[in-house]
Design a binder for this molecule. Structure first.
Ligand code: MEV
Length: 435
């Protein structure tokens, strides 16, 4: 083992040389990292300063979902994804629903939260008496930080003491609510929280010879149930035709409902069901430079809000109507973060016609619902593998370095046969033996 210091001070070539010396990466393969670097000095700087120890860019395909209608507005939605069938599945559902009135969506609230976690070794009763007196001081101490945000009708909207001394000796939280406009707002929130923490630590009311505040940490919460979007599709039952000719509208609707009910009662199915929703959501979040780790952590916690992990969607079938709905917290931004610096995010925003944060929440939710609808509709009819593996066929052919002629023969043959890695492998080997 050799510990290295100062790796971050190396330039990119020095880093790659070090990696080649200390790993199994062949020297010739080092060059592949150059193939995916930014085309000019400026963009190279943007990427190399985005993270520490930068060695290159990691390409993932970007494609677009067409025919997406949300609240009567038509969108072309860029998706970044490595999974073969995701764009196709969302596009299929987008077109299906475009012919039935499109997706509808509404944003409920956009409130975010942060917490100052601290200990105070005084009498909890006294803390409850003092807190209302110091609330204003805590808030005022953030005024210069929140000035610009307040001009845009954002900033701090609430500040609440949470007494946790019954669970952990001397432990309290200050829950701070924020409105951050079109920014995801993580840095803004954290800066405000640290300011509140500093003020709290220095307040005479809480700090004396006998008692003192000990700040544990100050950080935003990625659990944002108050930053929520609802998205749904709805049509008369008799219009639920066309996905599969073998199923009547009623049978399709009922099987669909049962599959969603299963996700609500069984965790093993619920996780996969929700993963299908995230196929679309993450693809939009990556394309728009949003943080998909935060939204995934939040949505999975939200899926457990009733004490049991469930699917995030609901079906309602009434006499004449089928309605399918997703409700999900999504704290997104269209300004700040990398949205203004990543060269492709700028173009993605232009393709989306420069949505504000609330519209982006609706676009992401509709994309998630589209992917999920497509998955369920396939699962309850043809099964997922026929479509999935057809899309994956070209990945297998690429893995096998198939020639143009081999590709044509394989594509033709598998039009009517089930694709699997081993069957395709055997097929290609046969062709190679014969020729
Ligand atoms: C695959 O990426 C997603 C699905 O497994 C989702 C689902 O099962 O609902 C098809």
């Amino acid at each position: 083992m050799s510990i290295i210091s100062g790796f971050s001070k190396f330039d990119r070539n020095q880093r790659l040389a070090y990696i080649a010396d200390h790993s199994e990466l062949e020297v010739s393969k080092i060059l592949s990292f150059n193939d995916y670097c930014a085309p000019d000095e400026n963009q190279h700087r943007v990427f190399s300063e985005m993270i520490e120890n930068y060695i290159g860019n990691f390409p993932t395909p970007i494609g677009v979902v067409t025919n997406m209608i949300i609240n009567d507005e038509q969108f072309i939605i860029p998706f970044v994804t490595e999974e073969s069938s995701v764009v196709a599945a969302a596009s299929k559902a987008a077109k299906y629903w475009a012919e039935r009135g499109g997706f509808r969506a509404e944003v409920h609230t956009m409130t975010k939260k942060g917490q100052v976690h601290f200990n105070w070794n005084g009498d909890p009763f006294r803390m409850h008496q003092i807190f209302p007196q110091i609330q204003g001081k805590l808030l005022n101490s953030t005024h210069d930080l929140t000035d610009k945000m307040r001009q845009r009708e954002g900033g701090i909207t609430g500040l609440e003491l949470i007494d946790k001394t019954n669970e952990l000796t001397d432990y309290y939280q200050i829950d701070v609510s924020f409105k951050t406009g079109d920014a995801m707002g993580a840095n803004f929130i954290n800066t405000c929280l640290e300011k509140i923490a500093t003020t709290l630590r220095n307040l005479d009311e809480l700090n004396s010879d006998q008692n003192s505040v000990e700040i544990i940490m100050s950080i935003l919460s990625n659990y944002t149930p108050e930053c929520k979007v609802r998205c749904w599709v709805e049509c008369p039952l008799e219009k639920l035709t066309g996905w599969n000719k073998d199923l009547s509208c009623n049978l399709f609707a009922n099987k669909f409902k049962q599959s969603v009910d299963i996700a609500n009662l069984d965790i093993s199915r619920a996780v996969t069901h929700n993963k299908g929703i995230f196929n679309g959501i993450d693809a939009v979040l990556l394309a728009t430079g949003n943080d998909c780790r935060a939204t995934a952590a939040c949505a999975h916690a939200y899926a457990s809000k009733e004490g049991k992990y469930k699917g995030l969607t609901q079906v309602t079938i009434t006499d004449k109507t089928f309605r399918y709905e997703l409700e999900i917290p999504l704290a997104l931004g269209t300004v700040g973060g990398i949205t203004q610096i990543h060269p492709l995010v700028k173009s993605v925003m232009a393709i989306l016609k420069f949505p504000d944060a609330s519209k982006l929440m609706m676009i992401a939710a509709a994309s998630g619902l589209a992917n999920n609808f497509s998955a369920i509709a396939s699962l309850i009819t043809t099964g997922i593998q026929s479509g999935h593996m057809k899309m994956h066929l070209s990945n297998i052919l690429n893995q096998l370095n198939a020639t143009e002629q081999e590709r044509n023969l394989t594509n033709e043959y598998f039009k009517n046969s089930t694709v699997s890695h081993s069957v395709v492998y055997d097929f290609i080997m046969q062709i190679r033996i014969i020729s």
